[in-house]
Design a protein around this ligand. Structure first.
Ligand SMILES: [Zn+2]
Length: 372
């Protein structure tokens, strides 16, 4: 299987090989099946006490057996894993940590703002135990019913249940408003920006990089020049910016986090959570920033014709039809809110409750008493 068969590195299926991604840092690829993603990179760093794993993959038996197989190859006994670092609150990163803690007692390290809510997940205390008795089909039906009963999106549309297959997958992962089968982890160590973690006998600086999620954490080893970037910097795709889950201006926070990481001095290699190591981090962060600047330009240009339009109309300009849906609308909303919060756009709620945006316009909202 060559990487040439895939348009994007992040889509490649998980390799069974264990590779040294940077001096002293092993890459254990774990399988995932999510839109556009075929694997997640779990990085292992050994020290005198055992080993640290960064992002131990999805919950469930498939990922767990892959993790054990890779650890075997790396000659790291599972019981030697004493710590898991979780870069952010998405299931392909934290999902395996619960079982890891149960079986090894490993410490779970996250950024101090790590929260189930950032990814729309529930904590263990919120699990309704009766739901665990329901079969998969009943859970799917219950989910659909709950989605239709939910409050509208921030931009005013009714929420549509995703296809059954997607619901089943989310239920397995304990996702957004599903009755969770698996629990959200409870971190045992919460770190702040600038704090130093000693992993593998080396000092790693915790770099808080909000944007993709508000709780995103990168690890930076200035001595070795190694950056572990999670989903903040990916080699050939750009991370999703979720306007629906992140209050305020997540795109502005993402820009600031890109600039910060791009300015780190002396990076020799960047290890992303999906895809292959990145050599030119400053170049890649500049490319990702440019991608979003171009998207903002597309919205500005579209507004000349749309004039005063709901999020869905802008989404259809920004995204190809196959991508239309809640995620695309959420990212469009993040971009429109960025324009509004930087003074380039105005929004108002129409009589149907939809948020309508006008960009660059000298919009007069004084005739509307229900401005958002
Ligand atoms: Zn990810």
């Amino acid at each position: 299987m060559t990487s040439r068969a895939y348009a994007k590195q992040e889509q490649e299926p998980a390799s069974e090989e264990v590779a040294e991604a940077a001096p002293g840092v092993l890459r254990l690829q774990l399988p995932i099946d999510m839109p556009g993603l075929g694997h997640v990179n779990c990085y292992a760093i050994e020290d005198g006490d055992g080993a640290v794993l960064i992002d131990p993959g999805l919950p469930g038996p498939v990922s767990w057996s892959a993790l054990n197989q890779r650890l075997d190859r790396a000659s790291i006994p599972l019981r030697r894993v004493h710590t898991a670092v979780i870069t952010h609150s998405h299931p392909d990163h934290f999902g395996g940590s619960h079982q890891l803690r149960e079986e090894t007692g490993a410490e779970l390290v996250t950024h101090e703002s790590f929260t189930a809510a950032a990814g729309g997940f529930r904590t263990a205390d919120e699990v309704d135990l009766d739901l665990l008795e329901l079969g998969p089909d009943e859970l799917v039906e219950l989910w659909k019913q709950r989605v239709t009963e939910m409050a509208p999106t921030p931009w005013g549309t009714r929420r549509q249940p995703p296809p059954d297959r997607a619901i089943r997958r989310w239920i397995e992962m304990g996702g957004d408003d599903a009755p969770p089968r698996l629990r959200f982890p409870d971190p045992t160590v919460r770190v702040a920006d600038g704090q130093v973690l000693v992993l593998g006998g080396r000092e790693w600086l915790c770099v808080h990089t909000p944007g993709h999620t508000a709780d995103h954490l990168c690890l930076w080893d200035p001595e070795g020049g190694v950056l572990v970037s999670g989903d903040h910097v990916l080699p050939t795709i750009t991370p999703h910016i979720a306007g629906s889950a992140e209050p305020g201006d997540p795109l502005a926070r993402f820009f600031a986090s890109l600039d910060r990481v791009g300015a780190l001095d002396g990076i020799t290699v960047c290890l992303p959570a999906h895809g292959h190591p990145i050599a030119d981090v400053a170049g890649r962060t500049a490319d990702i920033r440019r991608h979003h600047i171009e998207r903002l330009d597309v919205l500005r240009a579209a507004s000349a014709e749309l004039v005063d339009a709901p999020v869905e109309a802008y989404m259809k300009v920004l995204f190809a039809e196959r991508a239309w849906g809640q995620m695309a609308a959420s990212e469009t909303f993040a971009h429109l809110e960025h324009l509004r919060l930087t003074g380039e756009a105005a929004s108002r709620r129409d009589s149907e409750g939809l948020l309508r945006y006008q960009i660059n316009g000298d919009v007069d909202t004084t005739d509307s008493d229900d401005d958002a």
